[in-house]
Ligand binder design. Structure first.
Ligand code: ATP
Ligand code: MG
Length: 332
């Protein structure tokens, strides 16, 4: 019997993936795919919760996200890439779980609260958006995931999932697995504008698929310490995204430390630090771009990979649903 632990995580296909996705989650998935049974969900139903009027955006980004996965090193031979809407068991499980959470509890979720504010929903929040943590709980538990590699903003979702699992198991018997969040060293990568999170919705991203000149342009325009006017002035490293990115992507940690000291002391200009970052990002993104170009030549082949992953995922989810229905006395 297969006793490997399970990883489940995913992304909303609302745009191509960016550096924040990479350090927050994707890097861990690639590292751990050999040790764990890995399922990666392209969460198109969740993407629709704030894109109901734009299904084509969701549709077209499925292939983009899949290409990002493959170029970052997810191996479709061992990791199942699953399209959420093609696994109706996930929607069914969401319906059962909705009876185990209160509206008040959903409204207290700090990440959802912040996202609702950012989207200016006010009282007109789509019900599907408010309950997306419940659908995430269904995703995680349908695959019986032990570990969920995610960025810091997802901690409240895992917490809510654990509560649902506890309620379910108490009420109906021990069927579900309680998952744990796996938070990477870089808990939250800031945006190029210095805002505290790089995010598609905030438009402050560097995409994994950005060409060399686009990356260089974005880095040159990055926010730095506004009080660091002349190279000779002492500057601040904290809250300076250029240094956050160097810390995340420059393999030469000693050199980064030395640059940070020089910047604090004064005498190191922003242009120099940014040139270093451009080089570092090019060294990281160059090989990804190459692999992406290869996979992009065969979109039908990528779709076949997704269909195969989805088939595998659906088998796993269907098994869970069989035990869930039995536990809930719905096995007519
Ligand atoms: P959207 O604005 O559409 O919500 P997003 O950029 O926030 O997009 P998600 O698809 O919500 O991206 O996030 C997917 C995964 O990537 C989650 O695990 C999330 O925690 C992680 N992630 C996203 N942005 C960052 C970031 N800046 N730093 C670290 N992790 C991140
Ligand atoms: Mg998000």
């Amino acid at each position: 019997m297969d006793t490997k632990k399970v990883i489940l995580t995913g992304d909303r296909p609302t745009g191509p993936l960016h550096l924040g996705h990479y350090v927050g989650s994707l890097q861990k998935r690639v590292e751990l795919q050999h040790t764990y049974d890995t399922y990666i969900l392209i969460a198109d139903m969740q993407a629709l919760t704030d894109n109901a009027d734009n299904p084509d955006r969701v549709r077209s980004n499925i292939l983009e996200v899949a290409l990002d996965y493959l170029s970052a090193g997810l191996d479709p031979g061992i990791s199942g890439i699953v399209i959420q809407s093609l696994v109706p068991e996930l929607a069914e499980l969401t319906m059962y779980y909705l009876n185990l959470v209160t509206v008040a509890r959903l409204q207290r979720n700090p990440t959802v609260k912040a996202e609702m504010k950012q989207r200016d929903f006010g009282a007109n929040v789509p019900a599907g958006f408010l309950i997306y943590p419940v659908s995430q709980a269904a995703d995680i538990t349908a695959f019986k995931a032990d570990l969920v590699p995610v960025g810091e903003d997802q901690i409240p979702m895992i917490e809510q999932t654990r509560e649902i699992v506890q309620s379910f198991n108490r009420m109906y018997g021990p069927v579900l697995v309680e998952p744990q969040a796996l938070i990477s060293k870089v808990r939250r990568l800031p945006g190029t504008d210095g805002q505290n999170k790089m995010s598609k919705s905030l438009g402050n991203t560097i995409f994994l698929s950005d060409p060399t000149d686009v990356v260089a342009g974005k880095v040159r325009n990055m926010y730095t310490d506004p009080r660091h006017v002349h190279a000779k002035d002492p500057g601040t490293v904290e809250g300076n995204p250029v240094f956050s990115y160097l810390e995340a992507f420059d393999p030469d940690t000693e050199e980064v430390k030395a640059m940070e000291e020089a910047y604090r002391r004064g005498g190191l200009g922003d242009v120099k630090v940014k040139s270093r970052l451009i080089e570092v990002l090019e060294a990281f993104l160059g090989p990804l771009r190459k692999r992406r170009t290869e996979f992009a030549k065969d979109p039908a082949g990528v779709m076949r990979i997704l269909m195969e992953g989805t088939r595998k995922g659906r088998t796993a989810a269907a098994q869970t649903l069989t035990s869930v229905r039995a536990a809930m006395h719905l096995d007519y």
